[in-house]
Ligand binder design. Sequence first.
Ligand code: SF4
Ligand code: NI
Ligand code: NI
Length: 708
Amino acid sequence: EQLIEIAKKALQDLFKETEESLKTTLSEKTENFLFEFPDTAYGLPLIYALEGVKINSLNELKKFFERIKESLTQSNDAITLALNYLYLSEIALAVDYIKGIDKSSEFYGFLGDTIQRTLGVQLVDGRIPAVAVLLGRVESDKLLSIIKELQEKRILTFLIGAVAEEFLKTGQRHGFEAYVVAVGTKIEHTVFVIDWAVRASLIFGGQTAGDKDAIIDYVRKRINAFAISFGSLDEKAVAMAVGAAVLAIPVITDQSLPDVSIPEIAEYPLLTSEKDHSKIVRKAIETRGLKIVVEKPPIPVSYGPAFEGERVRKEDSFIEFGGQKTPAFEWVRMMEASEVEDEKVEIIGTDWQNRYEQGGRMPLGIIVKVAGKKMQKDFEPVIERQIHTFINEAEGLWHIGQRDINWIRISKKAKQAGIRLEHLGLIIMSMTKARFRSIVDRVEVLLYVDEKDVLTLREEARQEYRRRDLRLARLTDEEVDEFYSCLLCQSFAPKHVCVITPERPGLCGAFTWLDAKASYEIEPTGGNQPVEKGKLIDPVYGRYSGVDEYVKKHSGGEIQTINLYSIMENPMTSCGCFECIVAVTPEANGVLIVNRGYSGMTPIGMKFSTIAGMIGGGVQTPGFMGVGVNYITSRKFLKGDGGIRRVVWMPKELKERIKDSFQKRAEEEGVPELFQKIADETVCEDIECLINYLSKVGHPALQMEPII
Ligand code: SF4
Ligand code: NI
Ligand code: NI
C-alpha cells in the first residue's frame, strides 16, 4: 500500500515532466511530425501491444497522452496505475528520441525488431534461458563479477543507469554478442527492455495488438525476466518495479527491506531483498522460479556463448593453428567402442611442450573418436560442426572455419590464465559428451602437432569429407523415409510447426534435416520429432498425407494442410525468426527475397521489418513466407510455383552470400544468366523501376505463367 503511494507520487511527477517536454516539442515541430523508433514495425511497442494504438506522429502521441491524463483523474486499480507509469515512460523516451537526445550516445538505446528476431532461436532453445535487467549503482569490481556470473549462466543482461555508465567505463566487451547491453542512463530506459518483452508476443506469439490480458499473460508465462537493483530505490525505481511486476518481472534489491508482494498485481514478489552480492544472482533465479544448468569444461577461463563472439586479434594471440599458415584439420570419426578410450586426450608430437610454450604457430590435426550405441555415421558432421562453438565459448579462445580450413587462436591472456594445449582436447571431449550424451558414450581426442603426421592424416580426412559431400548431395526428400518437425518455436509461437526435410531446412537456418535427426536421437522427447511422410499426394507442390496429419495435430487443428514447395497455396507457416522473407511480387510475376539484416526499402514498398510484422505467429499467409537462406538454392525451392526462375529481386548482401550455389542451381535449371538478371537495391527500390529493369534484361519470370 505504501509502495503504491510512492508509485502514485512518481507517476504524477513523471506526468508533469513529460507534459513539459511534450509541450516544448510540440512548439518546435508541427503536430503532423512523423517519427518512429529505429527498426521497428510496432510504433511505441508497449502502447501498441497492450492498447492497440500505433503511434507514429506527434499528433497521435499527444492524443494518447491526453488519454492518460484523463485516466489519472479517475481512481484506478493498481494495474492501471502501473501500466500508466510504463506508458508515460515510453512517451518520455519517444520525446527524447524526437529531440535527438538519445542519438549520439554510446548507449544502445531502443532495441529493434531485427536483433529480437535474430535471437529468437537462442531464446527458444535455451541458449538464452533468461533476461536480466541491472539498475542502480554498485562498485565496479562487484558489478563485473555479477556480470561474469550472468554471462556464464547465459543470461542476457541489460544495464540501466549508473551501472550502464560504470560498465562502459571499464572498457569490457559489450553488446548482444557479449550478452550484456548498456541500454541507457535513465530509469525510464527500463521500458526499452519491457518493449522487447511485450513485442515477443507480437513477433513470435501471433498475439493481436490491443489484446491486453492475453499479451500480459503471454509475457508472464513465456518471458523469463528479472531485475536486480543496486543501492537505495528512489520513487521512480519503485514505480518501475510496480510496473515490471505486472509482467512478472521480480526485482531483487541489495537493500534491507522486507519482501513485498502486491497480490492484485502479480503472483511474484515485487521486491525481494538479498544483501550479499555473491548470492544475488542465485536469489533472482530462484525468485523467478528458473532452473539453469551450466555445462562447463574443466578449464581455467570463463565459458559460455557470451564469450563466443569475442575476437582474438593477431597482436593479442599467443599461438595459432591452421588458418592456411600451418596445416590443420578437425575430423570426427565414429568407431567401435573397443577402439575408443573414453575421456582420453592425447597430444602426439615431438617436444610439443616446449614448442607450445614458445608460442607462435603450430600444425594441428584434431581427431575426435566417438562411439555410442545410438551413434550413426550421419552424425559425424553434426558433432564436427559443434567443435567451432565448443572452442569459441572459451574466453580467450577463438575458432573459425571447419574441416581442413579451420583456424584456432589462443590469446596471451588465456595462456596467462593457464590454458594449455591439452585444454583444446579437454574442451572438445567434455562438451561432446555433455551435449551429445545420448548418442555418444565414449569420446577420445587426439591432437597431432607434427607437420608430417598432420599432412598424412589430413589427406585421409579429405577423402572422408568428399564421401560425406557426395552422400549429402544424394539426400533428397524422395530418398528418405521420414521428415522431422521442429517445435522449438512453439514456446513462443504455439501454433507454428517447422517441417524439416533434406531439401528444406528450418526457416531460422539453425536446423538441417540431419541436425533435426541427430537432435531427435539425442533427446527423443525434445523439439524435433520424426514426421511420417505418408502418401505423396502432390510431388510438385510437395504435399504428403503424413505431413498434413502431423501439422494438423501439432498446430492444434489450426492448419489443415501444407505444401512444402509452394508460397501461393497453403504455404508453411512462419514463426518469427526466419532468416529471409520471400514475397510474391505480382507486377513482376515473380518473388523477391529479403534477408533479416537488410534495413532498406524493397520494391513492394515495405521494409523487412514491416513484412515480418505481417507474417509470423504460426499462420499461413499465401504470398509471403519465412525461409532459411539455404532453402533458396534447394531444388525444391518454390517448385510448385515455378522454382528459382521466379526470383526477381534480392538485396546485394544476400546475393553475394549465396552466389556460388545459386549459380550452380541456375545452370542446372538451364538459365545460367539468371543471377545477373536479378535486381538489387543498387538497381531499384520501387516497382516501376524493377519492371523496367526486368524487361530490359529479359528476366525469365516475365515469360512464365501468371503466379497469381
Ligand atoms: Fe523455430 Fe523452425 Fe528454427 Fe525450429 S527450425 S527453431 S521451429 S524456426
Ligand atoms: Ni572465445
Ligand atoms: Ni522461430
